[in-house]
Design a protein around this ligand. Structure first.
Ligand SMILES: [Zn+2]
Length: 168
């Protein structure tokens, strides 16, 4: 089987991390400078978990703004679609992106709200803190009951939902 044939096969990806799946181009764009693969990937002979985990520092550093989060989510979904991934479970830790200028609510909203307009029948998505202040609510406007069923099973929606697995 050739690489091209392998690429064409439909696939599922049951475990991928947003910060660990960004393309070189996406990280470069968000950093505003050229980087090497060595800056993103641990060496084949890496024998230290600390060194390995340090490779996440750079991608996590570009997930500190709403724009970075939106572009990253899109980058991972687009790369997966190009490899014919039809179902994927992406996870990330929103709390790694929270700081004094970015709330957890905005981190989650940045990843989910751009789905509106990309999925047929999904007109509007909003993530807001509830009045009680403790919980985060997801508000969606859909064209019809059929649109809701379509949205519920849509791969982009499923992928986004899985990103919040680590929140539970
Ligand atoms: Zn994992």
């Amino acid at each position: 089987m050739t690489w091209e044939q392998l690429k064409e096969l439909p696939k599922i990806d049951l475990h991928c991390h947003l910060d660990g799946s960004l393309s070189l181009e996406c990280v470069q764009e968000l950093l505003g400078r050229e980087i090497t693969m060595e800056e993103l990937q641990a060496a084949d002979d890496c024998d230290s978990l600390k060194t390995y985990l340090e490779k996440f520092d750079l991608p996590v550093s570009v997930l500190q703004t709403e724009n970075g989060l939106k572009k990253a989510a899109y980058d991972v979904v687009r790369s997966a679609a190009a490899e014919h991934v039809c179902y994927m479970e992406i996870r990330f830790a929103p709390l790694l992106s929270v700081h004094e200028h970015l709330s957890c609510e905005r981190v989650i909203a940045s990843v989910l709200e751009p789905l509106a307009g990309k999925i047929e029948g999904l007109n509007h998505v909003e993530v807001r803190r509830t009045y009680a202040g403790a919980d985060i609510a997801l508000y969606c406007e859909l064209e019809s009951k059929e649109a809701m069923a379509f949205y519920a099973d849509h791969p982009l929606h499923t992928a986004a939902k899985e990103k919040f697995f680590h929140l539970r």
